[in-house]
Structures are given as structure tokens and as C-alpha cells.
Design a protein around this ligand. Sequence first.
Ligand SMILES: [Zn+2]
Ligand SMILES: [Zn+2]
Length: 297
Amino acid sequence: MWVRVLGSAAGGGFPQWNCACPRCRAVRDGSRPCRPRTQSSVAVSADYQEWFLLNASPDIRAQIEAFPALHPNGIRNSPLRSVLLTDAELDHTFGLLLLRETEDIEIHCTEAVYETLLNGTSLLQTLGAYTGVGWRPVTTGKEMSLGDGLSYLAFEVPTNKMARFGTSEGGESVVGYRITDARTGRVLVYVPGAQQLTTSVREQLQGCACLLFDGTCWQDDELVGLGIATKTSREMGHLPIGDADGSLKQLAPLAIERKVYVHINNTNPILIEDSPERRIVEEYGLEVAVDGLELEI
Ligand SMILES: [Zn+2]
Ligand SMILES: [Zn+2]
């Protein structure tokens, strides 16, 4: 299975247009070693011919252009077969609108996410005015065929984050995916948003070859400390990396070949390549994704 990180930043990207935090300043003025990043999205393929998107970011157009395997191979077509959504966040779904030139689009998501996209953000109502929308309901805990030799199992990632659109109270507003290549049995797990590593989430990480995990913030009060927000990382639905009970110390002991942080917020010091925080992540055996990172698992 091929895995391509199209975008490795959290919502807003790196730098974020209206942010002058130390990290955004550094990437703009080149004063520290770091690379710009687009918003979070991943493409997977069993054969490098047909591709499936994990979330569709507002940067999808530039992400497709930056990756020749996603360029059209006929006069008007695309190697993209369908899109899997982990939740209804705008930075994970806005790109669907930018794919409106296609004749139809296949979207896999839970009923809670579908309901929010239809009646909360109304994104699917707008998209549906341009192209056919084929909804494939995602049932958690059930192995489902994706196509081209790939299957997936979605699992709920519990969160008590306040939904901006009040239609997702029924649970399953955030999921992760285990994607399996039937030919090799190899598994990718994708969890770009996790408030905590619950026992049920940890069980889903077992036996995977590669884990792409929520790397939004280094510490819980990161945005509060910078005077950017009043909410902590956890309150925004993201387990911080570096706290005493953060994700790094919990993920480090797990026997997984590649453990990679994705969905990295522009305030996170791990974006700075010579920062102490970046060194700690690497000492624990985890990686920090950049746009264009490609893995064969
Ligand atoms: Zn996000
Ligand atoms: Zn910033």
C-alpha cells in the first residue's frame, strides 16, 4: 500500500494567514529551519494507479498538482476514486467543494458526519448543486470494501469537544480508519484527531504497520499561552504530544514500524527542525510529517 501525506498541517496551514506566532514568523522570514505545510489530507493506493483520499482539505487543488500520480490520465478524469472523512471539520471537508467539477463524487462518512455536512455546515447541499454526491454510510466496527484491493474499518474516537454545528450529538462524530491491503495484509491507521488514547482507540492501533496520528499541539495550553485562544488542546479535541500523559510517551512503546505525527498546528514547536521538542519526538522513535512524505507499507 502506498501512503502519501498531501498536507501535514492542521487547520489554517503553516503559516496561517492571520497568525504571527513565533513559528509562523519563523517560516515566513526563514529565521529558523522549518518548511511550509498545507492542511491535513492523505492519499492511499494499493497499486499507485487508483487513489483514495483521507479527508479533503481546503488546499486540495495545490496538493493534487504537487503529486503527479493524482493528475488526470485522460482528457477529463482523475485517479481519485473516493473520499473518506474522519469528521465534519471544515479543514477536512472544504476540499470537497473544490472537487465540484467532477461528474460525481463518492464520500464515505458516518451518519453523524453526513448529517452535519448536510444540515449543519450545508456543505453537501452546495456541492450537490454542482455534482452528484454518492454517500457511502460508514458503520464503525465493520470491515468495509473500499475498492482496488483495499478495505477499511472505521472506529469511533470519543470526543466531548463542543460541536460547532449541533447535529452530531449521537456519537461517531469523529472516527479513525484502519485501512488494509488485502494482498499483503498490511494496515495503515489514520487518526488525525484524538482527544485521548482510550482503551478502545489503543486496541485499533494493534498490528498496524504505519500509524498517522494527531500531532496538533505540543502542550495542552499551547494556544492559551500564546494568547491566541482560550481553549486548551484537549478542549479542541486534540491530545497534546509532550505532556506527561501526552501521546508521545503513550505511543513510543507500541510496536509499529512507522509512527508519524500529522495534522500539526502552526503553533507547535516540533515544526522547527532544530527545536528541543523536535529532538524529543525523534528520540522517542516518532516522525514529524512534511507535505509530500510518501510511505510504502
Ligand atoms: Zn483539522
Ligand atoms: Zn502561527
